[in-house]
Design a protein around this ligand. Structure first.
Ligand SMILES: *Cc1c(COP(=O)(O)O)cnc(C)c1O
Length: 453
């Protein structure tokens, strides 16, 4: 199978090439040239356990990988999940279900993709003999999920910058207590924007990038999207047959990666009816899907920080289909987004997407309501998925993080403490972090000293 760029000015590549590259050279994102029709496989796939289903699905796409290697990497990627089902579907009522995606090592859904991406990277390093250094900035979940995807792997070091004192203590512990020699958490005395700017400038130094084979971790990698398609099928198979008629997947959304995976799954044959884009108060996507107007705004920090985005990096993949798979039109719209921070779609077809948004006050109320009604605790991101349900549909809310990651918000909302053994264990572990000034030269010198060559 071949992968093409949404912007149409790069050559088609294989699966492994697309995974290694991340972004296409023309700045676009990779998609399969043609989406396969998998509807004929559903009967065969029903009843498979998670790793088996994941392997059957990915094998359709990773056509340049040895099947036994793929099977080994997939199996290994889901060994650190604590629930035997990996992604259990929990019934709150007859027509309301929660797909729990927080049983991985960092208790957020990003583990589903980043555990696998870490293994794919390690395999590529083993085959090419070329070491890499992964560099990124984080304000929370992505950095820790990337670290846990790569810790202890051969041939790769990972450097994650974050603003010292400005991420949650638990998130800092997830990054700084791994004890792994290839992990370098760098606490910058500055803001998240400072950290992000330093990373951006370091990637802009092409000599440095080449010499140390710097690699980014970002939400646009093809493998992340494909890995996330799997749990939509898996959720569907866990629904009772009489509840499968009209299913709406409700997805707490930031960069549009998670929900896009579901929508692609539908295009490939998953019998879902619709997808709800559930945003927090940073609701650029809510406005787009309800009005056809794209308008960038200031980010206002919310109780659901992993959804605090200004632009949704994966939206470009939907845009490609929206514009009839015409890369010239994609380039035109993306450049309007970039130059003006706004764009009016004349005929915006939301397709099977619906949308909702939730304020911080709404998040607190929902956490309390859901607890009262169902005796179930949702985290602040997942809470955004509990507004405005369509009574004619079976709702499957994707739960993207474990509530214990956000103890203050939970305690405030319901007066009950949420805990998890994995997080409790972190509290007694030693923190190892590297304090650096918000200065590009200091960070570069640190990387040069600790990079794998
Ligand atoms: C990353 C994240 C999201 C947003 O997912 P996207 O794929 O960026 O839309 C939602 N909730 C949590 C907990 C996250 O970590």
């Amino acid at each position: 199978m071949e992968y093409v760029s949404t912007r149409g000015q790069s050559e088609a590549v294989s699966f492994t090439q697309a995974v290694a590259a991340g972004l296409a050279p023309d700045g676009g994102l990779y998609l399969p040239r043609e989406l396969p029709d998998l509807s004929g496989k559903l009967a065969e796939w029903e009843g498979l356990d998670y790793p088996a289903l994941c392997y059957e699905f990915l094998k359709v796409f990773a056509t340049d990988m040895d099947e036994s290697v793929l099977r080994r990497l997939v199996d290994d990627s889901y060994t650190r999940f604590t629930d035997p089902k990996i992604a259990p579907l929990v019934a709150l009522s007859d027509d309301l279900y929660v797909l729990e995606l927080f049983h991985g090592p960092t208790l957020a859904f990003k583990d589903f993709a980043l555990q696998l991406v870490g293994n794919l990277y390690e395999e590529q390093i083993r085959e090419s003999g070329e070491h890499i250094n992964v560099l990124g900035a984080t304000s929370g979940d992505t950095g820790s999920a990337a670290i846990h995807g790569l810790l202890g792997k051969d041939g790769v070091n990972i450097f994650i910058l974050y603003p010292d004192g400005r991420i949650s203590p638990l998130q800092e512990r997830q990054m700084t207590t791994t004890g792994a020699a290839n992990v370098f958490p760098i606490a910058i005395s500055g803001s998240f924007d400072d950290a992000q700017l330093i990373v951006k400038e370091l990637f802009g130094n092409l000599d440095l990038k080449r010499q140390y084979r710097l690699s980014a971790i970002n939400s646009i990698n093809l493998a992340r999207i494909l890995a996330q398609c799997v749990y939509y099928f898996y959720a569907y198979f866990q629904l009772p047959p009489e509840r499968r008629e009209a299913v709406e997947f409700i997805v707490p959304t930031g960069n549009f990666g998670n929900i896009l995976a579901g929508w692609l799954a539908k295009r490939m044959g998953l019998p879902a009816a619709s997808f709800r884009v559930a945003t927090n108060q940073n609701d650029i996507l809510y406005r787009l899907f309800t009005t056809g107007q794209y308008q960038v705004d200031e980010v206002v920090p919310s109780l659901a920080p992993s959804m605090d985005i200004q632009v949704a990096s994966n939206f470009e993949r939907f845009l490609y289909y929206l514009e009839g798979r015409d890369p010239a039109k994609v380039r035109e719209v993306m450049s309007a987004f970039k130059d003006n921070g706004r764009h009016s779609f004349e005929q915006f077809d939301p397709d099977v997407f619906t949308a909702s948004h939730t304020t911080d006050a709404g998040i607190r109320e929902i956490i309390a309501d859901v607890y009262k009604k169902y005796n179930y605790v949702v985290d602040p991101h997942t809470a955004c998925g509990f507004v405005e349900r369509d009574p004619a549909k079976t709702a499957v809310v994707l739960s993207t993080a474990h509530p214990a990651k956000f103890p203050d918000t939970i305690t405030e909302a319901i007066g009950v403490e949420s805990t998890s053994p994995a997080l409790e264990e972190l509290k007694s572990k030693e923190i190892v972090k590297h304090l650096l000034p918000a200065d590009i030269d200091a960070v570069r010198a640190f990387i040069e000293e600790h990079a794998q060559l």
